[in-house]
Every structure is written in C-alpha cells, then in structure tokens.
Design a protein around this ligand. Structure first.
Ligand SMILES: O=P(O)(O)OC[C@H]1O[C@](O)(COP(=O)(O)O)[C@@H](O)[C@@H]1O
Length: 400
C-alpha cells in the first residue's frame, strides 16, 4: 500500500493531487491509480468496480459510485480537463485544511491575533486567526501548483493575487469561514468560486486586470463549492448542472459521491439567524420570524431555530433539511461567500437573495463588499421576501 504523503507543516496525513500526470497522458479514469486507494474502502470501491465490470460508462450515479475526480472527469459530467486539474488541487488543499482543523497539535491555531478589524489595511475585515492565515497559504499554494489559475481573490488578502498570465481560471475564496468557532471545535468551512479568466483584459496592468477578473458577476461562475469541516468532511459543488455533495473517506483520502443531484426541500420548518439581534432588526424581519415561530405563516407549523454561527454549516443543514439561513446585516461578502453559495443553492433548487434581489444578479463593485444574505428553500424564501423590510440597517458592531 502506498503511504500518504506528510505535510511538512505539521505532520498531518495528506493525499496529494493524483491526476495531473494522467491528464497529460489523456487518461482521466485510470483504474490502477484510483483502485490503489479504493481497495481499502469496500463500499465505495465495489461501486466503481461493479460499474466497470458491467462496462458502464455514462453518469447515472448512485451514492458511492464515484469519487469527486471520477465524477467531474470523463466518466461523470465531463468538465474541461483544466477544470478537473484545478478541482483536484482545491480538494487536496481542503483535505490539508481539514487535517489542521482536526489536529490535536493545533490548539493554539484558533487564538485570535488581535481584536477588531485588520490593522492599517484600510479594510474593515476582521482580524485573521493563525488558522485563517495557514488555510489561505494552503489554498494559494495549491492554486499556484495547479498551473491553472490566473488570479486568486481571498477574504484574507486586501487585494487579489496575480498568479499566472496564462492560467485559464480565476478563483475567489474564503479559505476558512467561521474560524471564530475554532477554539470550541465547532464546524467551519472553505468556500470557493471559479470563473474563467477574461482574456479581453490581458493587456491591462496587472493590478487592474486582477481586480476586474475578481469582480465578475455571479452569473459568470463556472463552478462553486464549499467544504464543511464537521463530524464528516463534505465537499458540495456545482458546475451549473445540479448540486452534488461528496463525503471524505478518511481511509482512502477520496471524496465519495454521497448526495447525487442534491435538492433542497421546497419548504422547511427551520429558520437560522442570530436572533439576539432581534431588537436591531427591521419591522418586516421581526414580523416574519414572529409569524413562523407561532406556526401562523403560509406553512401552518411552528418553526424551529437552529444557528451554528458558521455559514457553511448553517447552509449545509439548510440544504439537507430545508428552511432559510440568513444574516440580515451587512456582514457576509458578495464575492467569495454570497455568490458561490447562491450558485450552489440555486442549482439545488433554492434561492439566494439579499432580501430584495437575486444575489447572482448583483454586480460586485468592491472586492470585500458586504451585504445581507438569505439562502434557502424556494417557498420559505418567497414568504420571507414578501415581508419586504428584512434587511437590517443598523450595524452597531457586536463583540461576539
Ligand atoms: O455575528 P453574526 O452576524 O451572527 O455573523 C456570523 C457569521 O459570520 C461568519 O462567522 C463569517 O464572518 P467572518 O468571516 O468574519 O468569520 C459566518 O460564518 C457566520 O455565519
């Protein structure tokens, strides 16, 4: 058995990208390579082998039949080879981040460096924690190694980072969302969106083309995903033809397709919001929450509240159970949080809005632009938006 590589940073097991060489040989689904790891996992391994034995070639996936890379490669939805390579590097980065988040040796990583906004940067970004910075470095190095990325825009950097003139893609990312939860081992997540590089901007100065490439409208996303670091590590992604979720098999290092064609229920019975802010909310939002709490809304059942305060975790639960997850104040970021997550939710049959407009229709004007965010089931979202006045205007600053 081939042993996993080891991170030089903190001696955690990792599984490096596997496919770059195979792609250059024009092979995306090389049985021997994948089976080397997969033989250990009887459930998932059997699924693929049985398909192969039947000569199955097309995508009609059942849970456990595909790894992420098999799914996006020629056996599955067959996205461009360059995108497969990029995704392989992103999943590798996320496995490294997952290992750090769960590592017993990283108990100082959650500690805040300083309170308040990033010092001297002129931005209103929150001060990063060491694990935010490490996650950012891990993602950046994976994108650089992929050879497929022109520019990366991250929550952790004031400006986009130009990587390569001929990289075909632009990646926007929040490398570790919810990191305020790290000290208590509460779930966190990575969010990413992928655009094509705008070749028509190639002759502009580097800073300018880096910014304009990063400020593309969400309707131009070619792919988006999040990775949830929780009791399971889940990678949920869309390429514009449905939403699929994959669960990390820790014995093999593969993300296995566990939620093919994930659909959010059209109606849920859960709302997710920080309701300690009730007295700062506008009238419409208060009325909406009061109504569904009492079971007096369009769906005549009393709603339950769930709020982890970790966007990826709150969204993932909402995708699975239905309902609505929201942050009504100008807090979450359009470019690397709201847009990618709205793309995923829409592709799962739900809706992403700022309370008034479809998120994907908004043209970003600033890299770190913040806005209210509402994501969820179609019927719940329609009902919520019918209250009109749901965006929180006061934002006094909250310490926790
Ligand atoms: O303090 P609020 O308004 O409840 O915001 C919580 C939200 O902020 C986040 O922590 C993101 O903020 P940061 O990027 O500053 O960590 C989300 O994960 C969470 O959903």
């Amino acid at each position: 058995m081939q042993l996993p590589a080891t991170s030089t940073l903190h001696q955690v097991p990792i599984f490096p990208p596997k496919i770059q060489n195979f792609l250059s040989k024009g092979r995306i689904f090389p049985g021997t390579h994948f089976y080397k790891y997969r033989g250990m996992a009887s459930f998932s391994g059997f699924g693929v082998r049985s398909q192969m034995a039947k000569g199955g070639s097309s995508f009609g996936a059942d849970s456990g039949d595909f790894t992420l890379i098999e799914y996006v490669g020629k056996r599955g939805i067959n996205v461009e080879d360059d995108l497969v390579v990029l995704l392989d590097h992103i999943q590798y980065a996320c496995k490294r981040i997952a290992a750090h988040v769960a590592s017993p040796f990283n108990n100082s990583f959650g500690k805040q460096r300083s309170l308040g906004a990033v010092a001297d940067s002129g931005s209103d970004r929150d001060a990063p924690k060491p694990l935010d910075i490490l996650s950012n470095e891990i993602i950046l190095s994976s994108l650089q190694n992929s050879g497929k990325v022109a520019v990366m825009a991250s929550e952790e950097n004031d400006d986009p980072i130009w990587i390569s003139d001929d990289g075909p893609y632009v990646v926007v990312t929040d490398p570790l969302d919810g990191s305020r939860n790290i000290d208590a081992s509460i779930p966190t997540g990575t969010i990413f969106g992928i655009y094509k590089r705008l070749a028509e901007l190639d002759n502009l100065p580097t800073e300018e083309k880096a910014m304009l490439n990063s400020l593309q409208s969400g309707t131009k996303l070619v792919a988006a995903g999040y990775v949830l670091y929780s009791s399971a590590t889940i990678l949920c992604t869309t390429f514009g033809s449905g939403t699929q979720a994959f669960t990390l098999d820790h014995t093999t290092g593969d993300f296995i397709l566990t939620h093919p064609s994930l659909k959010i229920p059209p109606r849920g019975q859960i709302y997710s919001v920080n309701d300690a802010r009730y007295f700062d909310w506008p009238e419409g939002l208060r009325q909406y929450i009061d109504t569904v709490r009492q079971g007096k809304g369009r769906y005549p059942k009393k709603y339950s509240a769930r709020y982890i305060c970790s966007l990826v975790a709150d969204l993932h639960r909402t995708l699975i159970y239905g309902g609505v997850a929201m942050n009504p104040r100008d807090h979450l970021r359009l470019v690397y949080e709201a847009n990618p997550l709205s793309f995923i939710v829409e592709q799962a049959g739900g809706r992403g809005s700022d309370g008034k407009h479809r998120i994907l229709s908004l043209q970003p004007v600033k890299l770190h632009q913040r806005l209210p965010l509402f994501l969820g089931s179609l019927e719940d979202m329609e009902e919520l938006e019918s209250y009109v006045d749901v965006q929180q205007k006061v934002n006094p600053g909250y310490e926790v």
